[in-house]
Design a protein around this ligand. Structure first.
Ligand SMILES: Nc1ncnc2c1ncn2[C@@H]1O[C@H](COP(=O)(O)OP(=O)(O)OP(=O)(O)O)[C@@H](O)[C@H]1O
Ligand SMILES: N[C@@H](CCO)C(=O)O
Length: 309
């Protein structure tokens, strides 16, 4: 195989109570990338469509993760990368992760799959660190593993695949303001009260249990974030109204997607997710904020091949 075209999906990180550890993969929105072998060694980004991003490999997350893989793999060829960007950078649905994970996933395929998913995630984290200022894998891991993932540890990297109930649907609204992950991290407190930590890890534990047992009521009861959301929600206009209206419309729960400004809701079944989309739209329609909205089932496969030759 000399060339591969892939779909690299958007992802929702944190999922309310799982800051920096929990995430899930979306099906209906993602970037496309073409990666091909070249005789010249090294990584070259030859095309970027959709958004204005750096072409230099060491400034683009797709290049940084690819260079990390190359340093270990030492292949006898190089690679050129084309990025067809559909996920707006800074939208909170893993735009940087889709590129960082996509390049290494594709190169691994072209090299005959010498690395496993955990190793690919490790390379991709190097790219993600360029965008957010620190290595975390809660967007990268669901893009590579699919479904819901829990990052148990970053050093050494340990990713757990969490099952998810089959009727779970996500609704995502993206109000068109930009929030940089690095900035959204900088406003968070360095220390938290033990009482709050206890509530948060009880919610995370019960959410993971609920996913294993397909207990939708417990999912709903666990989707709370009392640590990060109070700070970051202030950066997102009408966040509280969108959240309240989503839940009134039938969502199991709603929260900030990644570092925002996108807001996600989880619902039981497509009809409920559609009702939530309607309620979300209604809020921003009354304002001068532009938005786009996505409905998606949980993508259990993660990154996938569109074509190869
Ligand atoms: N290939 C790339 N795709 C997207 N962003 C990139 C890429 N290469 C470099 N960047 C930089 O990464 C930053 C966007 O990443 P950021 O983590 O802030 O957004 P996000 O990935 O949409 O959010 P989140 O991680 O919260 O879902 C921008 O500064 C952008 O210029
Ligand atoms: N866990 C990360 C996800 C965004 O990259 C954060 O919320 O800062």
């Amino acid at each position: 195989m000399n060339e591969i075209k892939i779909f690299s999906p958007a992802t929702v990180a944190n999922v309310s109570c799982g800051f920096d550890v929990l995430g899930f993969c979306l099906d209906t929105i993602g970037d496309e990338m073409v990666v091909r072998k070249t005789k010249d060694k090294g990584i070259r980004i030859t095309k970027i469509e959709g958004y204005d991003l750096p072409f230099e490999a060491h400034k683009n997350v797709a290049g940084v993760s690819a260079l990390a893989l190359m340093e270990v793999a030492q292949p006898h060829c190089g690679f050129e990368i084309e990025i067809y960007k559909k996920i707006k950078p800074g939208s909170g649905i893993g735009s940087s992760s889709a590129s960082a994970a996509g390049s290494v996933w594709a190169i691994n395929q072209l090299l005959g799959s010498p690395f496993n998913k955990t190793q690919i995630t490790n390379f991709a984290m190097k790219g993600e660190a360029l965008a957010s200022g620190c290595e975390h894998a809660d967007n990268i891991a669901p893009a590579i593993f699919g479904g819901f993932t829990l990052v148990k540890s970053c050093t050494p990297l340990q990713v757990l695949a969490i099952p998810s109930p089959s009727k779970l649907y996500a609704t995502i609204i993206h109000p068109e303001i930009e929030i940089k992950t690095a900035e959204a991290r900088a406003i968070l407190p360095k220390q938290i009260a033990l009482k709050k930590a206890i509530t948060q890890w009880a919610n995370l534990g019960s959410l993971v249990h609920a996913m294993h047992t397909s207990d939708y009521e417990l999912i709903s009861d666990s989707l709370n974030d009392i640590i990060v959301e109070p700070f970051r929600s202030q950066l997102i206009p009408y966040f509280d109204v969108v959240k309240t209206e989503s839940i009134k419309a039938g969502a199991l729960g709603a929260g900030i997607s990644g570092s925002g400004p996108s807001i996600f809701a989880l619902s039981k079944g497509k009809a409920a997710a559609e009702a939530v989309a309607h309620a979300m739209k209604k809020v921003y329609s009354k304002t001068d904020i532009n938005f786009d909205i996505h409905l998606s089932k949980i993508n259990m496969e993660g990154i996938r091949v569109i074509k190869s030759n």
